[in-house]
Ligand binder design. Structure first.
Ligand code: NAD
Ligand code: ZN
Length: 531
């Protein structure tokens, strides 16, 4: 892991970088200085003699080299204007921190260091204009930072302290079609939410959308945290439960947003489970043709599933999730502490998708689930949770990054869902989605051994996880006739085949096609479903 400081000239990258390196006991590299030493020329001289293009090439080579060692790296102000460099820095575990300061500070520093900053040689008003232009040119790069620190406002020691605080939390970065956004994971993050948000999004008004249950536990903390920084907040309460996931609720949210005089610079924050996230995200995608959106998922399901991938929407009387939009958040904050108040049934519900990610793509996660010493009720309290959760989340993140608009690979996420959906419909949704998926996954695992791919000992290992955690898997209560009917309806209209996601081994899902449902019907019989 590298701690990379990026920012305009004169924002304090070197001073703060040295402070940070000392505190973290890591080596410190100033990229520009390293190049100057090696080339025995100043940056200005390099620009003069070889031109900017040649300098940037040299800079890229050097950057690749220093990224190999772990340390604190201060970058030259333009180093990440090369998209390849930015990509390399953002695609690994590195933290990319933006430093910025006031125009007065930049001018003061630039005047003091006259002559050594090649891209700014003019004086007076011209200097200000050329700084503004350069800043504007680099704005999109600076906006990609995981978080930013205003070094005009703090001393170098204070800025260092802020950065140390941020990087204590685990961060995962999600690539979306127009950039990246960070997911922060840790404990006691709600208390510092204002700072976490301010370090990433500038703005004034934040509308917090939550329901009375989650709001009862956490709204005060969130409001306080936001108001203690620069934000003005308004809380919008929506009903708890799937019935409230409707256009009517979205309408009420629009009413409240206009009453709050929310405009294009305002932010919507979702505080709650998947339902809240879906409604709030849809409101954010559509209000004024889209405003910024922040997710604070509070259920296990929302953390590993619904808050990643950008799908938002509401139900129609005709069916679930029939209206929606893709909307990516600016940032996601997962405070594991909130899982302590989550009812156990909701933990099981989220565990279905949590476990699914291991089965289809991460054998190591499955191993950790096997070795985890507790049961599901203790999960929110244990240290192991963070590591497992971030693995599970990364599976979903990796798949949606490769397939953002649900073309192919996302299909793997349907593991356990073909039968799961049929179970939900056959029971008129009285069985929770996660439970239905758990039952569906056990069945699909067994089917995987029957078609000859999944080794029997791996199936037994999966079965033992179901026993260990007391997860649902029996089919006695369902009628084969109902299940088959609903599976036929679920089939994609334009093929004659039935596609199932099965396992080749633990940690590797694949798509299998069946010409008919005969083999599946037979297995339903054998598994004890009612004739
Ligand atoms: N957008 C997506 O990609 C996606 C993916 C999967 C599911 N979903 C949607 O997500 C929804 C289900 O999400 P869910 O399972 O999180 O349900 P949910 O949002 O209804 O939350 C479950 C229950 O737990 C309560 N709750 C939430 N956090 C709590 C906490 N920390 N402490 C105590 N109680 C808490 C809620 O009030 C609710 O009663 C469905 O509508 C589904 O369609 C969307
Ligand atoms: Zn699901």
């Amino acid at each position: 892991v590298n701690i990379i400081l990026n920012g305009f000239m004169a924002t304090g990258k070197t001073t703060i970088g040295q402070c940070l390196a000392k505190r973290l006991k890591l080596p410190f590299v100033d990229l520009d200085q390293t190049i100057e030493t090696e080339q025995k020329l100043t940056i200005s001289e390099l620009f003069e003699q070889y031109g900017e293009t040649a300098f940037r090439k040299l800079e890229t080579e050097k950057l690749n080299e220093v990224l190999e060692q772990n340390g604190v790296i201060a970058l030259g102000g333009g180093a990440l204007t090369n998209p390849e460099n930015l990509k390399k820095v953002l695609q690994s575990d590195n933290y990319l921190i933006g430093l910025y300061c006031s125009m007065e500070d930049i001018i003061a520093r630039t005047n003091r260091d006259k002559g050594i900053r090649p891209l700014l040689s003019d004086e007076g008003d011209n200097l200000k204009i050329s700084i503004t232009n350069l800043l504007e040119k680099r704005r999109s790069v600076y906006n990609q930072c995981d978080f930013q620190v205003d070094t005009s406002q703090y001393s170098p020691e204070e800025s260092t302290e802020k950065i140390l605080q941020m990087i204590r939390n685990k961060q995962t970065r999600i690539q979306v079609p127009d950039g990246y956004y960070p997911i922060w994971m840790g404990r006691q993050l709600l208390q510092n939410l204002g700072e976490l948000i301010a370090a990433r999004c500038k703005g004034k008004k934040i509308a917090i959308i939550t329901n009375p249950v989650v709001g009862g536990f956490y709204l005060e903390t969130v409001e306080k945290a936001l108001q203690s920084t620069e934000f003005e907040t308004k809380s919008i309460l929506i009903p708890d439960g799937e019935e409230g996931k409707s256009l009517e609720t979205v309408n009420k949210v629009y009413d409240e947003l206009t009453a709050f005089k929310a405009d294009r610079s305002s932010i919507i924050l979702a505080l709650g489970g998947g339902i809240t996230g879906d409604i709030a995200g849809f409101a954010a995608a559509t209000y004024m043709r889209g405003i910024r959106f922040i997710q604070i998922p509070t259920t296990l399901l929302a953390m590993v599933d619904s808050s990643v991938g950008g799908k938002t929407g509401v139900n129609l009387p005709q069916g679930k999730n029939l209206v929606g939009a893709f909307k990516q958040p600016e940032l996601v904050v997962m405070d594991l502490e909130v899982l302590k108040t989550l009812p156990e049934r909701e933990i099981i519900n989220g565990f279905g998708e949590f476990f699914k990610h291991g089965l289809i793509a991460d054998a190591e996660l499955v191993r950790q689930i096997v070795e985890y010493p507790g049961d599901l009720s203790t999960l929110p309290y244990t240290e192991e949770l963070e590591a497992m959760l971030s693995r599970s989340l990364e599976v979903k993140a990796n798949i949606v990054q490769r397939d953002p608009f649900e073309a192919n690979e996302r299909m793997l996420l349907n593991f356990g869902h073909t039968l799961g959906h049929a179970i939900e419909k056959a029971t008129s949704y009285t069985i929770a989605h996660g439970e239905a998926v758990l039952i569906g996954m056990a069945f699909a695992a067994k089917l995987s051994t029957i078609v000859g791919k999944l080794p029997i000992e791996e199936y037994t290992l999966i079965e033992n996880i179901y026993k260990k955690y007391n997860l649902p898997y029996t089919l006695h209560q369902f009628s084969i006739h109902d299940l088959i009917n609903y599976m036929q309806l679920d089939k994609k209209k334009n093929t004659d085949e039935y596609r199932w996601i099965l396992l080749r081994r633990i940690g590797e899902g694949y798509i299998e096609t069946f010409p008919s449902l005969d083999q599946i019907t037979e297995l339903l019989h054998k598994s004890g479903a009612r004739a």
